[in-house]
Ligand binder design. Structure first.
Ligand SMILES: NC(=O)c1ccc[n+]([C@@H]2O[C@H](COP(=O)([O-])OP(=O)(O)OC[C@H]3O[C@@H](n4cnc5c(N)ncnc54)[C@H](O)[C@@H]3O)[C@@H](O)[C@H]2O)c1
Ligand SMILES: CC(C)[C@H](C(=O)O)[C@@H](O)C(=O)O
Ligand SMILES: [Mg+2]
Length: 368
């Protein structure tokens, strides 16, 4: 199969982990006789420096013309003082919106060899397997009608959602719950926000079409607490844009590191964008020590969802598991008696396991 993949490495560690993605894809191509053609484009801070905009027209065009998009991360202190239209993050929000990627799937599944890497108690996190479904193209991030305003004395951010935007993401939540364990947690702030009250209404309406799915409503503050005290009560969580952003970073603690989480940003049909959940990590950028596994697991999500390459995706997940079981890890993972190495060495360990097609008893298979 020949697939066109647009690579958007972006800034900071984004560039370093994109190299890992490229090597993994080249290995899959030679093992399975696929052809992946890569086109690299600028986004974020790098694009601001080169083209004076965080999202050049060329980049949008390349993404629209490709079979899938892989993104590293954007942002960094260099651009922190820029005006709003010249912020790297604007490029990321822009490409999500332009491509209509309203559903952001963030699977949070721990690897057994990382149970000790979390500061949480092993008996609390053991067996947790959560899919966070985050609405990605509405809410506070894309205020309407006036976007953001700041006149020096008063600032305004607006939280706007249409019923249609809620319906399609909530529907995705029910569909995912139906193919997983038939439990859906809807997270909102209905005790305060008007938008959350409509959200609850829509969840109630959709629930009638999925009588086999058990629905629970949680307020976001309580959800944040229960996520780390009782993670096993959750299966699929569906929530709006900002809540999903915050809860997913929090949930990464269950896996041992933010550097472990992959994500898929999709729409009903068409191109999908795959990226790790973390950012450009300026504190460690350029040192060769970033954890590449969230990125590599995002490659697996891309193969599964955009290319229907289930076997190849599962092989990558198995290779990641093997790499960790052999003790290879970057410094963000706190593992006793492990082999602490850099980005390149962890990637090489994954590749080594991919090429030997090792079979593991403890397979992590991220069905989303
Ligand atoms: N998707 C994205 O592009 C994205 C996501 C989040 C933040 N950002 C941007 O990144 C910049 C930095 O933000 P931040 O510091 O709040 O969040 P961050 O996710 O970049 O980093 C948070 C912490 O996690 C660590 N970390 C993150 N990824 C890691 C990895 N792969 N391996 C090891 N450690 C890792 C960092 O070293 C840091 O200590 C900001 O400009 C922010 O807007 C971008
Ligand atoms: C960089 C930022 C705009 C982005 C978001 O908030 O969506 C990031 O935190 C993420 O989780 O992808
Ligand atoms: Mg985030």
């Amino acid at each position: 199969m020949n697939k066109k993949i647009t690579l958007l490495p972006g800034d900071g560690v984004g560039k370093e982990i994109m190299e890992s993605a490229r090597v993994v894809l080249n290995t899959i191509a030679s093992e399975y006789d696929h052809r992946f053609s890569f086109r690299e484009h600028a986004i974020g801070g790098e694009a601001i420096d080169q083209y004076g905009t965080p999202l050049p027209e060329d980049t949008i065009q390349a993404c629209e013309d490709s079979d899938a998009v892989l993104l590293g991360a954007v942002g960094g202190p260099k651009w922190d003082g820029n005006p709003p239209h010249l912020r790297p993050e604007k490029g990321l929000l822009g490409i999500r919106k332009k491509l209509g990627l309203f559903a952001n799937l963030r699977p949070v599944q721990g690897f057994s060899s990382l149970l000790h890497a979390s500061p949480l108690k092993e008996e609390v996190i053991n067996g947790s397997d959560i899919l966070i479904i985050r609405e990605l193209t509405g809410g506070l991030y894309f205020g309407r009608p006036s976007e953001r305003r700041n006149n020096g004395e008063e600032v305004v951010d607006t939280l706007a959602y249409s019923r249609h935007e809620m319906e399609r993401i909530i529907e995705k939540g029910f569909q995912s719950a139906q193919i997983r364990s038939k439990r859906l947690t809807s997270v909102d702030k209905a005790n305060v926000l008007e938008s959350s009250r409509m959200w609850r209404e829509v969840v109630g309406e959709k629930a009638k079409d999925y009588p086999d799915v058990e629905v629970e409503h949680l307020l976001v503050d309580a959800a944040a607490m229960k996520l780390i005290t009782e993670p096993n009560r959750f299966d699929v969580i569906v929530t709006e844009n900002l809540f999903g952003d915050i809860l997913s970073d929090e949930a990464s603690v269950l896996t041992g590191s933010l550097g472990m989480l992959p994500s898929a940003s999709i729409r009903t049909d068409g191109v999908g964008l795959y990226e790790p959940v973390h950012g450009s990590a300026p504190d460690i950028a350029g040192k060769g020590i970033a954890n590449p596994l969230g990125m590599i697991l995002s490659v697996a999500l891309m193969l599964r969802h955009s290319f229907q390459m289930e076997e190849e995706a599962a092989e990558i997940e198995k290779a990641v598991n093997e790499c960790l079981e052999q003790g290879y890890h970057t410094g963000d993972l706190d593992i006793k008696d492990g082999k602490k190495v850099g980005t390149k060495e962890v990637t090489e360990a994954v590749i080594e396991n991919l090429t030997t097609k090792s079979v593991s008893n403890s397979i992590c298979n991220m069905y989303v």
